[in-house]
Design a protein around this ligand. Sequence first.
Ligand SMILES: Nc1ncnc2c1ncn2[C@@H]1O[C@H](COP(=O)(O)OP(=O)(O)O)[C@@H](O)[C@H]1O
Ligand SMILES: [Mg+2]
Length: 302
Amino acid sequence: MRDQAENLRQMILKSREQASHLKDFYKSPIIKQHRSSKAQVFAVTSGKGGVGKTNFTVNLALALTNLGKRVLVIDADLGMANVDVLFGCETKYSLLHLLQEEIKLEDILTEGPRGIKYMSGGSGIYDLANLDEVKLQGIINKITLCDKLADVILVDTGAGINRNVLNFVLAADEVILVTTPEPTAMTDAYAMMKAYVSHHGTAPLKLVINRVMEAGEGQTVVNKLSQTALRFLQLRVDSLGFVYEDMNLVKAVKRQQPLLLAYPNTISAQCIEKIANQLLNRQFVAKNSGIEGFLSRFLNFI
Ligand SMILES: Nc1ncnc2c1ncn2[C@@H]1O[C@H](COP(=O)(O)OP(=O)(O)O)[C@@H](O)[C@H]1O
Ligand SMILES: [Mg+2]
């Protein structure tokens, strides 16, 4: 097989040069301000399904927005995409629609609450691997503009340790692994860490413990998982924090609203705000490689 990685690098380089047809878009003031920076890409994942990834993702997006960050959420749960359900917005297009010449990046981005941008990865994302170079180049040219629109990109992945999920996880700048204190969820979280290590994952991996009854319970889960990972996988995992079990979150879901909008003053909403604060105020952060880096790594893996 010809060196696909090299091919891809060349294409991404070319895309930077070829973006001249998007001049008007580049001229908008919001893009001018942040031209040089690249977004930081977080994958939000879990071993077990239903542990609260999507709710955590949309609420973290809101918390980061409240702190002045421009956030893009990519729904990459190919089986059960439901970021749009929680944002209460509808999407017409997904990533692969960019193949159509007349469809621009803005067309596939939906505006969620407080100006958060939302994009559906759509199950067609794996078809990217089968595109010819010209078509792939076309998509890359358009998608790399995400780096001008967002400071943080949150990728909500599916659950489980299959390749479909792992590819997103391996491609991110940082990984947020969500679990609950249930032994089944913890076992599956450990299985995810094991798969991550065996696929040579290198990005920092952080734990969020969701649905805890009290702070001590969160700490116990963190201790167990981080000690086991260090001992058996030589993997260092730190904790970003925990989120309380909260009936208000369930009520908010029923109203199709993120918790931070429906019940911003609850203690679990404050937990998520604390996590957002911590993410932005760390001494050591992973390198931001932006959507460009994310996409090229993702394509390398598939
Ligand atoms: N902190 C929480 N407190 C109470 N219920 C929660 C909490 N987090 C999640 N849930 C429940 O779990 C369900 C599944 O959450 P979701 O974010 O869709 O999980 P995932 O994306 O991991 O499949 C929610 O609809 C809600 O009922
Ligand atoms: Mg989900």
